[in-house]
Design a protein around this ligand. Structure first.
Ligand SMILES: [Zn+2]
Length: 71
């Protein structure tokens, strides 16, 4: 069973300005990465290795379309 873990260190920590409406949407520049060893999915802008086991992660570009992360 897999689950999604948010990697919050990549989230922007700035207030939204009037000209930044496009950035109000999540997952605009982030992507889903999955570590097969941990069976864990991460949401990050860029990730090459798993922060848990330091193993390779694979991208999951279909995540936003499949809406698997819906609450
Ligand atoms: Zn891992």
């Amino acid at each position: 069973m897999s689950f999604v873990q948010l990697v919050q260190e990549y989230l922007p920590d700035r207030p939204r300005g009037p000209g930044e409406q496009s950035e109000a949407r999540p997952q605009l520049s982030t992507q889903l990465y999955r570590c097969g060893a941990c069976d864990t999915t991460y949401i990050s802008e860029e990730m090459e290795t798993c922060p848990r086991c330091d193993g390779p992660v694979e991208t999951t570009p279909t995540g936003r379309d499949l809406r698997h992360v819906d609450p």
